[in-house]
Structures are given as C-alpha cells and as structure tokens.
Design a protein around this ligand. Sequence first.
Ligand code: ZN
Length: 308
Amino acid sequence: MRHKTPLLLALLAGTTAYFGLHWPGARDARGDSRDGSTARAAPAAASPDSGRARSSQMLRTAHYAITSTATRAQTAQVAAAVEHLHDAYSAFFRDAIPPNAGATGLQLVLYRDRAEFQSRSRSSPWAEAYYLQPVCHAYYADGANPYHWMLHEATHQLNRELAGFPRAVWIDEGLASYFGASRIENGVLKPGTIDVGAYPIWWLPELALSGDLQDDLRKGRILSLHEIITSRRGDIGRSVNPHYIGYWSLTHFLFEYRDGHYAAAYRQLIARGGSLDDFERLIGPVERVQGEWYAYLQQRIGEVRAGR
Ligand SMILES: [Zn+2]
C-alpha cells in the first residue's frame, strides 16, 4: 500500500517550526496496513481544541526522525524514551542483529493527543497506535507513562528494520509488549521490568483468574497457548485484551521464567519464525508449558495488584 505519503504531507503542511534538522524527505511507502497495531487504551479525555489543525515540528535524534504535533517538551520526552529503547534492544539482541545493520532516521509520527491520532489513524478502530512500515504512529498519552504506545510501535519497527526477524504475530506483539511495558530507570530501559502505567499491564488487576486453567479457558478469560501461538492478526479484534495479555505474558514468561530457563530456546524460536512445531521442539509440549505459564501469569497479576 502506498498511503502514507498523503498522511505525512498533511502533517507537514502546516509546519512552522522544526526541532533540529529539516525533514529529509519521506522514504517510499511500503509494507502493509496490518503491521503492529496496538490495542485498547483506557478512555482519555480529549483536549478542548483537539479537532483543530496544529503545526507539526521535527526532531532528529541519533536514530530517529520524529514529526510531532505534541509540545517540544513532550516530543523530547518521547525521543529520549525511544533512544533508550534503541539502546536496550540493540544490547538485548546483540547476537541476533545482522552485522552492519544500523538504522538511522527511523520515522516516527507523534500526535499531541488521542483525538488527533484517531482522526488521522489508518489502522483498526480499536488501535491506539500503529506501525505502517516505515513509520510508527502514536500519540502522547495521559498518565504516568506517556510514551508506552510509541515504545510498543518502535519495537515493531526495530523487529523489522533493525533485526529483520521473521513475522510471527505472537512474537512480534509479544516483543513489542515486553519492551513497551518495561520501565525506564535513570535513563536505562530495563527489559522485563513491568510498568503498571503501560498497556496491557494496566488490565492485569482486572483479570480475575479462578486458579482453574480449564475453567478460565472455557470462560474466555484467557486464551490457550495454542490460540496465542497460532493467532493471526485478524483474530485480535475479536478479543483485544486477552490477545495482548497473552502475547505479553508468554514472551515475559519465555524470557524470565526461572531466571531465563527458556530464554535461549526462545531466542532460537524468534529467529526461526515461531511455529507451533518449533515451539514444541525447542520449548516443550504446549500442554505442559501452558500449566507453567498459567501459574506464572497468576504470580505476575498478584505482583501488579500488590503494587510491586
Ligand atoms: Zn503491536
């Protein structure tokens, strides 16, 4: 699809100020519209003048070119966050990123609020942000973590444009949720830490699991591992939060369970594309692993509820 240029031009049409250097010229539009759509936010109040056009600004950092209608301070905050992500991701996947792969000028569009994002979104109605290669689109969010939507999409971008991982929905969304919900502490994004101000973590306290896995599956409180691993992008809209909680928790489990018991095997699985057959060969039988993952998810829910 070649629909991004009009969007970018529309944003740039009212440009009166730039941060740093001038927009270098949009790359050719490529990719598909189903990349990396994120999910449900808690409803946010629109600012009173959300409907009005506002001029965009440009900020260039070491790795990113950010077109923004947010304030200068907000844009700088998001810019710092994505650079922290870039550092953390590059270190985390040091051995998986191809030699000489170095992405600069990664393109982000930051909207000042949810209303402006939604008025311009080209993604699913439930999406709160999206990555349409090569551009991430997200808004500056209300709340304690205003950049988590952008971190999520920027992870999709790094999966594709830096690491070049094969496309497997559960892994792509799992990694985006894993990094997107990690905390930034003293200028360092710490993969695997859990920020309760990020999606989908803020829904965990609402997830009332019974302790009976089969009952929770029957009642649709969670998806089975089989459903998560074999899910396709078109499935997500039918139950957005269960899908994202499944994606996040499975990736978190595979990296963190028992101090990384499955982490090396999961890295192989990421590189191979994440099929169900490879999951069972590299990690173990889905039925057995599902029991471990379910207990792990219950523990994480308990921690988030306890504010830890
Ligand atoms: Zn996503």
